[in-house]
Ligand binder design. Structure first.
Ligand code: ZN
Length: 303
């Protein structure tokens, strides 16, 4: 009898120490890889202080969106060792199909799963995390994935989920209350990063200055935007810290509209509360932008 119990004990010890399976890193820990910054910050909060569990950001925090990203050899080495690959989905990671084919055993979770996507008729817009409501859903998806892939630490992941969700709910409450008076405001943004954010607060995106980030608008596109700004009497243009704002400056000069910087949280510090800090800054910028009296034809830049 004693021997049977001893054997069972040894077996269960072996099983529990080998949970990380064939893809585990050399130290026996559970390692997750996140595709880019906003997804990484979510995952970082979920694995906070969970022993032997780590998350790495596959792309440097200054990469920005992954619209045209090509996977590198260093990325492949990382994915080779990963237990879980956390991606945004909705078309953000254009390389995902090739990755699935290359690593058929790699567990991949798309954090945008279950979020109603905004489309332009042909393509889904992938920038879901810019809405706090959608980020809360992404936190749940991320936690579910960790719990499924590493059930031994489920309780710790769930605790972290509760803590981070509570912070995000508080942020949402504050933003909802402060931005409520500005529903219906017409805005112009820099790239296609803000439809989910605009929907959340009832803003109307009249046009987008650069549909393809990094490619300057053509002379005709610029002229059309200037006409639109004049016609709709738009007073505020929102650029992004990740991209140069040359085109926005031309529009501002021609129309007297003011330029403000709105951050879609695709780059930032390696801090647990980085997303929350970025959104609070966006909130301040919006209040300033919408509270500003119409200016007298002079260009004002607010950073
Ligand atoms: Zn983008």
């Amino acid at each position: 009898m004693k021997r049977t119990i001893f054997t069972l004990l040894i077996c269960s010890l072996l099983i529990s120490s080998g949970y990380s399976g064939n893809r585990a890193d050399k130290n026996g820990g559970f390692c997750a890889v996140a595709s880019f910054y906003p997804v990484y910050i979510i995952a970082k909060n979920i694995v906070r202080d969970v022993p032997n569990v780590s998350v790495a950001n596959m792309t440097p925090p200054l990469t920005g969106c992954l619209h045209d990203y090509s996977i590198t050899t260093a990325d492949m080495i990382r994915l080779e060792k990963a237990n879980l690959f956390i991606v945004n989905g909705a078309g953000m990671e254009s390389f995902i199909d090739k990755t699935v084919a290359r690593y058929p055993n790699l567990k991949i979770v798309e954090l945008s799963r279950g979020i109603p996507l905004i489309t332009d008729g042909t393509q889904a817009n992938p920038h879901v995390w810019v809405s706090v409501t959608d980020t809360i859903r992404m936190v749940k998806n991320c936690t579910d994935a960790f719990c499924n892939a590493d059930p031994a630490h489920s309780a710790l992941y769930r605790t972290n989920e509760r803590i981070y969700t509570a912070k995000l709910e508080a942020l949402k409450k504050e933003m909802d209350a402060v931005l409520k008076p500005f529903r219906g405001r017409k805005i112009i943004t820099f790239h296609e990063a803000f439809p989910y954010f605009a929907k959340e607060y009832g803003f109307v995106i009249v046009t987008v200055i650069e549909r393809e980030p990094g490619s300057e608008p053509s002379a005709k596109e610029l002229a059309d935007t200037i006409t639109l700004v004049r016609e709709k009497r738009i007073k505020t243009l929102f650029t992004e810290p990740q991209y140069p704002s040359g085109a926005a400056q031309v529009i501002a000069r021609e129309t007297g509209a003011s330029i403000y910087v709105l951050d879609p949280a695709v780059t930032g510090d390696d801090e647990y509360d980085a997303y929350i800090k970025i959104m609070k800054k966006n909130l301040q910028v919006l209040v300033k932008a919408f509270s500003c009296k119409p200016d007298k034809k002079s260009e004002h830049r607010h950073f």
